[in-house]
Design a protein around this ligand. Structure first.
Ligand SMILES: *[C@@H]1O[C@H](CO)[C@@H](O)[C@H](O)[C@H]1NC(C)=O
Ligand SMILES: *[C@@H]1O[C@H](CO)[C@@H](O)[C@H](O)[C@H]1NC(C)=O
Ligand SMILES: *[C@@H]1O[C@H](CO)[C@@H](O)[C@H](O)[C@H]1NC(C)=O
Ligand SMILES: *[C@@H]1O[C@H](CO)[C@@H](O)[C@H](O)[C@H]1NC(C)=O
Ligand SMILES: *[C@@H]1O[C@H](CO)[C@@H](O)[C@H](O)[C@H]1NC(C)=O
Ligand SMILES: *[C@@H]1O[C@H](CO)[C@@H](O)[C@H](O)[C@H]1NC(C)=O
Ligand SMILES: *[C@@H]1O[C@H](CO)[C@@H](O)[C@H](O)[C@H]1NC(C)=O
Length: 554
């Protein structure tokens, strides 16, 4: 569905409904696609994206948020709940009347602070403003302060967390991630005993469950203190406890995050390492299906207790559960022994994150002839690939008869495309590119970007008569575009967002004049000011005449 093929009325209705639709549909929303709409329509549309009870939050990306803000910044209401909460991050302090600042920070509390580029430093900046607004002068945050700050606590420093009302623990549960110093602060707070969880000496399994996700961040030192206080021998109690909690959280979320403690635990088994032979118990189908598997096995025991035939029969389950590199290497070694004449596609498809521990030699022994195998190996949830490994896999796949870099392959390979040689990239046809989603080429070299841009330029040239369509389609590849092509785009009112701008070839950026950039960025021009501390922007700004910059308002 292409936005511009709709007549205006339908277009407006369509955009209005965007915010209720899936994030993938929202990709179509941009400053360029709304520039012909009336202010009233734009406001209605932005309002449609406000947080609403019983509705999933609309995930908007930073360029969409700054675009919305730029479009209405001259005419903002003080009713902050009328706006998408993530957009509130971009409001200047002048946009918020002193009398309403508390309601602003309350609404901002629902924001996902991680949407903002880190260079914007939004966490510390907003915290400073919030301190002013709420009259926080000392070092400690009251219960009321924490309640207002909401998600902003995810950006706070160690000392702010340590000195806060314990309510902050409840807010930290909602954070996407915590830094090591934030974890240290959380542990200090818990050890103080002044939280609703009481003294650590009195904790039981229920306490750990009530702490929800927080125990998964606990450091080894914290667990040790906990078990010593509890007088449990040899640390086995905390392994059991950890497994129980891990199981619960594992079921509700997906692994991904486990911090340092878990791998430590696996390697730690001081008493048994010296013995030869499997003493921990042969690994069987029953062992493998236990949720705590492979807890209790250290690397040596895992090697000794895992029989090749058991591995073959339980490959899928074992690969799902083992995410320690040393264990994974053992699996790969045994797999090569199990299949001396090469590992078949079907088995390779089961490797999941285990595949990421493979050497080039391991990969050379895999059969990668089917699209399903390529898809399984390229699944981003299983981790990233080293360039050489990725190249070996894709090359191997392409070497099998009948395989090529068609759109299905491109969609699967995505950013791993950047591991391929120029000559391989040149085999991508304009047709394949046309039927492919937007590929992530950020990690590609200048030369690779140039090749991919040229192919996309050919693919989408049929849309040249509709510049906004054309721009939306080639946007991701413009890092490979020449000065001539970018200047020609600047004459077409496409409102390029600052993130796309910063990804252009640096030589092209440096050759753009102030008026080129003004025309190129349109509604997004104020974002140059927002991102003034980005080195690319700084470099460009430093080359311009002050009078030109003044004219542009930056
Ligand atoms: C602010 O917005 C909310 C929700 O949209 C609405 O219920 C409320 O009446 C508005 N308040 C003002 C002062 O406009
Ligand atoms: C850019 O850096 C300067 C100096 O470090 C700072 O004062 C300014 O607030 C920063 N601007 C933004 C938008 O972060
Ligand atoms: C473990 O397996 C080995 C070899 O398969 C076997 O010799 C041994 O008896 C088994 N040990 C136990 C405890 O079942
Ligand atoms: C690998 O693939 C080739 C070609 O499809 C096939 O002939 C061969 O038997 C496969 N080898 C294994 C071990 O599956
Ligand atoms: C490509 O395939 C040919 C024959 O099918 C084989 O001889 C060659 O080793 C393969 N190359 C790679 C890199 O797998
Ligand atoms: C991109 O396409 C336009 C017209 O379709 C053409 O003028 C331009 O030279 C092309 N750019 C490249 C780098 O091929
Ligand atoms: C771009 O916008 C300006 C001013 O709104 C208009 O005069 C011009 O015709 C537009 N150009 C194109 C290619 O749409």
């Amino acid at each position: 569905m292409r936005i511009s093929t709709f007549p205006c009325i339908k277009l407006c209705a369509f955009l209005f409904s965007l915010c209720r639709l899936s994030p993938s549909v929202l990709q179509g929303f941009s400053c360029s696609s709304v520039q012909k709409m009336s202010k009233t329509k734009i406001k209605q549309m932005i309002r449609a994206c406000r947080p609403r009870k019983g509705r999933a939050k609309v995930d908007l990306k930073e360029p969409q948020l700054t675009c919305m803000y730029n479009l209405i910044r001259g005419d903002l209401s003080q009713n902050f709940t009328d706006y998408p909460s993530d957009m509130l991050l971009y409001l200047d302090s002048e946009n918020v009347q002193k009398a309403n600042c508390r309601s602003y920070f309350s609404a901002l509390g629902a924001t996902d602070f991680s949407v903002a580029s880190s260079i914007l430093n939004k966490g510390p900046k907003k915290f400073r403003e919030a301190r002013d607004c709420l009259g926080i002068s000392g070092v400690s945050l009251s219960r009321d302060n924490v309640e207002v700050l909401g998600n902003m606590v995810c950006t706070l420093d160690r000392s702010d967390i340590e000195n806060s009302d314990p309510l902050i623990l409840e807010k930290l549960k909602a954070c996407k991630d915590l830094s090591a110093s934030q974890v240290a602060a959380m542990e200090t707070l818990l050890l103080s005993g002044k939280t609703q969880y009481g003294y650590v000496t009195n904790w039981d399994q229920q306490t750990l469950e009530d702490l929800k996700i927080l125990p998964l961040y606990f450091t080894r030192t914290f667990w040790d203190r906990f078990t010593i206080v509890c007088f449990y021998p040899l640390g086995s109690f905390h392994i059991v406890l950890f497994c129980n909690i891990y199981k619960k959280i594992f079921q509700s979320t997906k692994k991904k995050f486990l911090k340092g403690f878990l791998p430590d635990l696996r390697k730690q088994n001081p008493h048994k390492n010296k013995l030869q032979g499997c003493t921990e118990g042969n690994i069987t189908q029953v062992t493998v299906s236990d949720p705590s598997f492979p807890f209790g096995y250290d690397v040596t025991q895992f090697n000794l207790c895992l029989d090749i035939s058991v591995l073959k029969d339980n490959l899928y389950t074992i690969c799902q559960k083992v995410d320690d590199n040393d264990f994974q290497k053992i699996i790969l070694k045994k797999l090569n022994q199990a299949f001396p004449s090469g590992v078949p596609d079907q088995e390779v498809q089961m490797l999941a994150s285990v595949s990421r521990s493979a050497t080039l030699d391991d990969i050379s022994k895999w059969n990668i002839t089917e699209l399903d195998t390529l898809a399984a190996l390229m699944n981003p949830e299983d981790g990233t690939w080293e360039t050489a490994q990725s190249k070996a896999i894709i090359t191997k796949y392409l070497n099998a008869s009948g395989n090529s870099l068609d759109s299905s392959e491109l969609n699967i390979i995505d950013s791993n495309l950047c591991s391929l040689d120029i000559s391989t990239l040149q085999t991508i046809t304009a047709d394949s590119m046309r039927n492919t989603k937007h590929l992530d080429v950020a990690s590609c070299s200048t030369e690779q970007k140039r090749v991919l841009y040229e192919i996309s330029n050919t693919s989408f040239s049929v849309h040249r008569d509709n510049p906004i369509n054309y721009y939306n389609l080639v946007k991701g590849y413009l890092g490979g575009a020449s000065l001539v092509d970018i200047i020609s785009l600047s004459k077409q009112n496409i409102s390029m967002d600052v993130k796309t701008f910063m990804k252009l070839n640096i030589n092209v950026i440096n050759d753009l004049t102030a008026s080129n950039v003004q025309r190129l960025m349109g509604e997004h021009l104020p974002d140059l000011k927002l991102f003034e501390n980005n080195t690319v922007i700084q470099m460009w700004v430093n080359m311009q005449q002050q009078s030109d910059l003044d004219r542009m308002g930056i």
